[in-house]
Design a protein around this ligand. Structure first.
Ligand code: ADP
Length: 306
């Protein structure tokens, strides 16, 4: 009888001790695991081994949760942006593709169409293939800048010379609206800069083309150069329609149009200024815009001198 009681007492004790040991061990390993996770996740947060008490763990966990929720928000914004971007690309491509289809189908469907009309339709279709190509080239350029694949080919060149080349290529497009071009600030003196000439030319052509597209009849576009200590400042100013305040910090975004109707009728895709911004930023400089509705706009940036 006594032996039986002793055996059951010992087994109860054994089971209790075993239970306590298991509980302590699991607590120890859970804490270690938790601590390891906190330590791993807390890079960037002030982590210190001496903070191993409950209140500090609490603070650290709160900070981690805040960090995670910020990351989640950033990912949601990126996802939203991705969806918007895909939608924009599809929309921009759809317009010229539908136009091409329409013109070609008209020619095919109307067997009695005279040669002159057919030619006119085909020319319009071809014009839209150019537009399609332009959009794809622009998107490709932006993509290359953003994925840092595009490398600048820097060399020394003269800004005055580049101004005159750019104006020469723009004059044809400015004929209809009779917009004049002037160069200010550098006369024929030499102002040599160290930059990627082709890319800077692309920026000046884009800005100049915009001054025509969003300019008024008989308007004036100025290419202005100011000599600063180690750099030159370049301005392209126009006395065109100007840009509303609410659009000023958005016009460098891909596909953003401040004046939707004029941009579309002029064949704009809303990518030109985005490319300009990328080119200027690749030169470690910033592209600025100042504008007043009804008075005109000024775009400016700097380049390093030789
Ligand atoms: P787009 O192909 O539409 O011209 P951009 O990226 O070059 O695209 O310009 C974005 C928008 O900024 C244009 O749609 C236009 O509304 C506005 N914008 C750009 N340049 C000018 C300017 N010189 N004057 C007025 N508005 C301008």
């Amino acid at each position: 009888m006594i032996l039986e009681i002793n055996i059951s007492w010992v087994s109860v004790l054994f089971v209790s001790v075993y239970g306590v040991i298991i509980w302590l061990l699991s607590r120890y390993y859970t804490n270690r695991l938790l601590w390891k996770i906190i330590k791993q996740e807390s890079d960037g947060l002030a982590f210190s081994k001496s903070l191993q008490d409950a209140s500090h763990v609490n603070v650290l966990l709160k900070k981690l949760l805040q960090k995670r929720s910020r990351e989640l928000k950033r990912l949601q914004t990126l996802e939203e942006y991705r969806k918007q971007y895909t939608g924009n690309v599809a929309h921009e491509l759809r317009t010229p593709i539908f136009a091409i289809q329409g013109y070609i189908e008209s020619v095919i469907d109307d067997e009695s169409m005279d040669k002159e009309t057919a030619m006119h339709f085909l020319k319009n279709a071809r014009k839209n293939t150019f537009r399609l190509e332009q959009i794809i080239t622009d998107l490709d350029t932006i993509n290359k800048f953003e994925s840092k694949v595009l490398k600048l080919q820097k060399s020394e060149f003269d800004m005055y010379r580049l101004f005159t080349d750019v104006i020469e290529s723009l004059e044809f497009y400015a004929k209809d609206s009779n917009i004049q071009f002037e160069i200010h600030g550098c006369a024929a003196e030499s102002h040599r800069v160290f930059a990627d000439r082709d890319k800077v030319e692309q920026v000046l052509v884009n800005l100049g083309m915009n001054s025509i597209k969003y300019g008024n009849k008989n308007g004036l576009t100025k290419f202005i150069l100011n000599d600063l200590a180690a750099s030159v400042s370049i301005e392209v100013s126009d006395n065109g329609i100007g840009i509303e305040k609410k659009s000023l910090n958005r016009i460098f975004e891909r596909f953003y149009r401040a004046d939707t109707s004029r941009s579309r009728s002029e064949g704009g895709s809303g990518l030109g200024l985005s490319i300009c911004k990328h080119v200027v930023e690749a030169h470690n400089k910033k592209l600025f815009v100042f504008s007043t509705v009804g008075k005109g706009s000024v775009f400016s940036f700097q380049l390093d001198k030789v």
